[in-house]
Write a protein that binds this ligand. Structure first.
Ligand SMILES: Nc1ncnc2c1ncn2[C@@H]1O[C@H](COP(=O)(O)OP(=O)(O)OP(=O)(O)O)[C@@H](O)[C@H]1O
Length: 729
């Protein structure tokens, strides 16, 4: 099917023809035949890189040209940024694109001027809870990676968000993009959507197992040369020498880093002088951005053409690794499956070194087939690689046979709604009532009957769980104690703040009962909520944290009995996470924190982000309920944001002044923005570099009168590279 023949505006067809897309892939053609461009709902369950996003673009552009507005929902912020960058290319068509991934208690009304809004499912849900007006005008909803409805933590929000959007916009077109799943027909029926299921890919995928140095797949066997003792490295070198790149999936960050380091010396031998120069630049950028042992190791690997990628890296570092790989400079990335979750980073060969995953309930378990297919689907760059190869490693003949049966010859599992638990429903029952979707139990059940959970389980047991949620919400005074479902002001605030009602109840109880609200008391209160992500307890942590608790027992609202082993262990994890935040707000260096707690910089950022949000909730709740602690919580919220002491908060309100620069200014006597306003500009420029100083004075100038900065006579002498480094924070 030619692009020219499509029922799309001429300028849209020209846009694609100019980008070299002349005709549709078979699944795309099937989608058009099934009504994609006639506003019909459609579920496309097709492999990675087989053109799903293009389908969404066609539907969105068609609707926008007719005056509509599109909402593109993704599961991850990284994917939101990737799609936002892609859709910005439509600016030549006069299409405006916005992205919304920020705080969860904003309406983001300003985004309504855009034709396409990209948002995570959580952010979409919070926009609905905050009754964002432009949500009523959405004409096309794209749910990318919709198979994640199956995930326990993200699934319920995506499912309820789609249910709400269909309620407020019954006529809007739903376009669901999914990896191949076992029950795509069931998902399509729930969405009242046409279904396109296909295994077609633009680049052939060879799936196989490496056993005794031979790569076995379908009808091929390939003997892999053995230049080193490690068969995974040999497999990687085999591809790199052919001009391809490798993605290696490991089950843990430690193994990721270890393999990237181990492969470095062998990969380095394949590099040209030009490659090495380009890689050195990337490595220098890494060190500009971060000063931890992990980033030092990463930079060293990159100089040899390898890298590792996991959630412990900060976003700038991950983007540098991804960019270096896309440009073909980094030859091998060793990653945890984060990379496979939707990020478009294909490679000629994908090596799955570990197909097991650790879970606290059942230890090391084989990953689901769906997850294997996601990783395997990254093999083969369209138009660049002649084929893609996904390789599992077998250490025995039994494992060799198992892997073929379990993964290569198997179909992906069915996906199942995870909404039917009290943890999931508690949040969504309150938001459904707060948003006026339900004023009585009957209306609430009607709303829930429109969910995928009800579609799959035909409401089994839903009423009982809902009853338990309503009882809890009334006991915690988030709902009026009436037959009608009426949210209290407390309940409305909890819904708008996008927090688990159980978290809100714990915070309210803690603020009410706390004798003294120290920094630790508030930080632990935040860490004791179900919304908080806790650090794992390593064996060496137990004694140290336990001793700390004994010495500071009066700073905790409640210390559980050590004889209640499960609850006490969980409490120790809360305390360990609280102590990370104490070090963070007391300006311990990131490297020191990483080494002390056994984490990455990305974890500090991720945990600080969540803690900041929950502390923001504590501030709002203390104010609403007139509890003590609002001022202390508001100050801590800022300190968590910057990772700094209270005396620096005024300085930190200035962009370009992060925790390191603020401390340097403070120690030099510039203790506030007022001090800076009256400061000798040359002195500040000497301290922070003229470019940073100018950015600072420019902000202060907008708040009052201060002298201009004279640029130095000899440009390039600035002490600061002008790059925002980790020390800006
Ligand atoms: N019909 C086509 N002809 C040529 N190239 C195409 C066609 N459709 C898509 N592409 C190109 O193939 C690449 C992958 O397309 P797209 O991103 O739509 O796939 P996808 O399935 O969404 O990938 P992912 O699963 O990574 O999100 C893009 O570079 C896109 O421009």
């Amino acid at each position: 099917m030619k692009i020219q023949s499509l029922d799309l505006p001429d300028e849209v067809k020209r846009f694609y023809l100019d980008s070299g897309i002349l005709e549709l892939y078979p699944p795309q053609a099937e989608a058009v035949e099934k009504g994609l461009l006639e506003g019909k709902n459609l579920l496309a369950a097709i492999p990675t890189a087989s053109g799903k996003t293009l389908l969404a673009e066609f539907a969105m552009l068609k609707s926008i040209q007719a005056g509509g507005k599109a909402l593109y929902i993704v599961p991850l912020r990284a994917l939101a940024s990737e799609k936002f960058r892609r859709f910005q290319e439509f600016s030549e068509l006069g299409i405006r694109v916005g992205i919304s991934t920020g705080d969860y208690d904003l309406r983001d009304e300003g985004l309504g001027v855009n034709d396409i809004i990209v948002a995570t499912s959580e952010k979409t849900d919070s926009l609905l809870r905050n009754e964002t007006a432009w949500m009523q005008k959405i004409s096309v909803v794209v749910a990318d990676e919709v198979h994640l409805i199956d995930s326990a933590n993200r699934g319920p929000t995506l499912e309820v968000t789609l249910t709400k959007l269909r309620k407020i916009n019954p006529s809007c077109q739903i376009l669901a993009l999914s990896a191949t799943v076992g029950n795509a027909d069931e998902l399509a029926a729930w969405l009242e959507a046409e279904l396109v299921v296909s295994e077609w890919r633009p680049t052939e995928l060879l799936e196989g197992v490496l056993f005794n140095g031979i790569f076995y797949c379908r009808d091929k066997e390939k003997l892999i040369e053995q230049p080193t003792k490690d068969e995974s490295i040999n497999l990687a070198l085999d591809t790199i020498r052919e001009g391809g790149q490798c993605l290696v999936f490991e089950s843990s960050r430690k193994n990721c880093m270890a393999f990237a380091k181990k492969a470095a010396s062998a990969v380095k031998k394949t590099l040209s002088a030009e490659d090495s120069e380009a890689l050195a630049w990337i490595a220098d950028e890494i060190l500009e951005n971060s000063e931890t042992d992990t980033s030092t190791t990463l930079a060293a690997c990159i100089r040899s053409g390898t890298a590792f990628h996991h959630a412990g890296l900060t976003t700038p570092l991950r983007e540098l690794v991804e960019g270096g790989f896309r440009e073909g400079k980094i030859r091998l990335i060793s990653s945890t499956p984060t990379l496979a979750a939707g990020l478009n980073l294909p490679a000629r060969r994908v090596i799955i070194r570990s197909y097991r995953r650790y879970s606290s309930e059942s230890g090391m378990q084989p990953i689901p087939v769906l997850e294997y297919k996601q990783m395997a689907g990254r093999a083969g760059r369209p138009r660049l690689d002649p084929y893609g190869e996904a390789v599992l490693l077998a250490k025995s003949y039994e494992e060799f046979v198992f892997l073929f049966k379990k993964y290569i010859e198997a179909d992906a599992e069915d996906i199942w709604s995870k909404l039917g638990t009290e943890n999931a429903l508690r949040t969504h029952v309150l938001s459904t009532i707060s948003n006026g979707f339900a004023r009585t139990k009957e209306e609430l059940m009607d709303f829930l009957e429109a969910t995928f959970f009800a579609f799959q389980y035909s409401n089994f047991g839903l009423s009982t769980v809902v009853e338990e949620c309503l009882t809890f919400l009334q006991q915690e005074e988030m709902l009026e104690s009436t037959d009608a479902l009426v949210p209290t002001n407390f309940g409305k605030l909890v819904s708008r703040l996008y927090i688990d009602p159980l978290s809100a109840a714990r915070i309210a109880k803690g603020l009410r009962e706390a004798e003294n609200l120290t920094e630790l008391t508030l930080l632990h209160l935040v860490c004791s909520t179900p919304d908080m992500r806790l650090l794992y307890m390593r064996n060496q942590d137990y004694q140290e944290i336990n001793d700390y608790v004994m010495a500071h027992a009066n700073e905790f609202v409640k210390v559980p009995s050590p004889f209640d082993i499960t609850e006490y262990e969980w409490f120790l994890g809360e305390v360990k996470t609280s102590l990370l935040l104490v070090d963070w707000v007391r300006e311990k260096s990131e490297n020191e924190i990483c080494l002390k707690f056994g984490i990455g910089e990305g974890d500090i950022r991720a945990i600080a982000d969540i803690a900041e949000w929950i502390m923001h909730v504590a501030t709002q709740l203390a104010r609403l309920l007139d509890f003590k602690g609002a001022r202390e919580a508001a100050e801590l919220e800022k300190r968590i944001h910057y990772g700094a002491g209270p005396e620096l908060v005024d300085l930190l309100d200035i962009r370009s002044i992060g925790r390191v620069r603020a401390r340097r200014l403070y120690e030099t006597g510039f203790r506030s923005t007022a001090d800076l306003a009256g400061a000798d500009p040359e002195k500040v420029a000497a301290l922070l570099g003229p470019k940073v100083a100018e950015r600072i004075f420019k902000q202060i100038r907008t708040r009052g009168e201060v002298p201009e900065i004279e640029e130095p006579e000899t440009p390039g002498k600035s002490s600061s590279s002008g790059q925002r480094t980790i020390n800006d924070y």
